[in-house]
Write a protein of this length. Sequence first.
Length: 172
Amino acid sequence: MNDANKAVEHRKAPLKTPASFSADVIRDISAELNALLADTFAVYMKTKNFHWHMSGPYFRDYHLLLDEQSDQIFATTDPIAERIRKIGGTTIRSSGHICRLQRILDNDADFVTPAGMLAELREDNMQLAAYMRATHALCDEYGDVATASLLEQWIDEAERRTWFLFESGRVS
């Protein structure tokens, strides 16, 4: 084989990480984690959007809360993607791919009240936690304890964000 053919062959090499899971397990868990990753990016982007567009008398508190929460959400994206690769799958490749997989809706409104922002993010974080629990159940079914363990921490973080958003938006 000449050098040109070797270069072409190298570019065609599959991204197949050696894994102890069956092809079905890799397919199913990767699909769930990719959807979860897309949802995580959607919640991250919405949290940043609301952080940038916050207004009102509690601006500073809400602005800082959403900045802290967006950092925490973003911090989960790389471990989710890396877990997909570790088990032998491939992960999302573009913002278009994210849009096709995400289940959590975007908010492109010109104006959202601070109370509306907190309520929407609270619901989104609750939904994200529910998706994580469903993914955890799939991992339990397939014996993927490492992914399940990671999900437990992220579920706790999503529940904490939900709690903070609820308490911050509560009217006396």
